[in-house]
Design a binder for this molecule. Structure first.
Ligand code: GLY
Length: 274
């Protein structure tokens, strides 16, 4: 079996599903699981409709800091709070393949990216600028809904992109995000934290999306991976999603036999198998 699953973020943005499906078909042409997940995420980073790469959320202070990670069994590459690069997921892959480290953050991640040949790039879009202004105005006038409320996600978040694959007997996972809206500079979400927003092991791969703080507390991806073999993937996804109650959350998974995606919102996702 060959599986590729993509998601475009736990949100209410169902209209993004056709794009996610198109990107899944393009990325499925790649020969390895790692190339397929990296290409999936790169395509979504380059589309300003998604909160990753170009079109990332803007922090309260006006800066854009992005997180990304790639993982295969026993290997990880991640960048935390990287700035002014076009494709954080490509830098994360280079951390895994071309550095002795697993995770680089902040200025060090940017310096590494430049050394690897990634030029200065501003991922800012007018859409996100306008959103940030609206959020700040609503905050000032006390109109902002509760942070975890689905309506808040619908209007402002559109969280994270990710992909998991099983191709030619190999698993891989990749994830990228501009972080949730309205965060402080320096805040780190779940996406680059192994076991939280991403996990890839011998039994399969899982990538999560939603409120990073809640996902880290629950170590959602590692827990999901460790249940493979005990339950069907659908049951595992249901159990993990249920654990989040009404807190916006989504997860995609692959094992050797199955692939699945589930969210308590309307996460746009695509599953391809062969
Ligand atoms: N799930 C992405 C984040 O919280 O940053």
């Amino acid at each position: 079996m060959r599986f590729l699953v993509l998601h475009g973020g736990a949100s209410l943005r169902e209209e993004l599903k056709p794009k996610v499906e198109k990107f899944a078909e393009l990325a499925f042409e790649k020969e390895t699981a790692l190339d397929a997940v990296v290409e999936s995420v790169r395509l979504m980073e380059d589309d300003p409709d998604f909160n990753a790469g170009t079109g990332s959320n803007i922090r309260i202070d006006g800066s854009i800091q992005m997180d990304a990670a790639v993982m295969i069994p026993n290997e990880l590459g991640a960048v935390i709070n990287i700035e002014r690069v076009k494709n954080p997921v490509l830098v994360a892959r280079d951390v895994m393949l071309k550095s002795p480290h697993l995770i680089l953050s902040g200025d060090g991640a940017v310096q590494f990216a430049r050394k690897m040949g990634y030029p200065d790039y501003d991922p800012r879009t007018k859409y996100r600028e306008d959103k940030r202004k609206i959020i700040i105005e609503k905050l000032k006038s006390g109109q902002i809904p509760e942070y975890y409320h689905p309506e808040f996600f619908k209007e402002f978040l559109g969280d994270t992109v990710g992909a998991v694959a099983y191709i030619d007997g190999k698993f891989a996972a990749a994830v990228s995000t501009g972080g949730t809206a309205l965060t402080l500079r320096g805040r780190v979400g779940d996406s680059p934290i192994p076991g939280a927003g991403i996990y890839c092991g011998e039994k399969g791969a899982a990538v999560a999306t939603g409120i990073g703080e809640e996902i880290i507390k629950r170590m959602a991806s590692l827990r999901a991976h460790n249940m493979i073999g005990d339950y069907s993937l659908h049951d595992i996804c249901s159990r993990i999603v249920k654990d989040f109650g009404e807190i916006p959350f989504g997860i995609i998974m692959v094992s050797r036999e199955e692939a699945c995606g589930l969210s308590n919102l309307k996460m746009p996702y695509a599953v391809i198998s062969e």
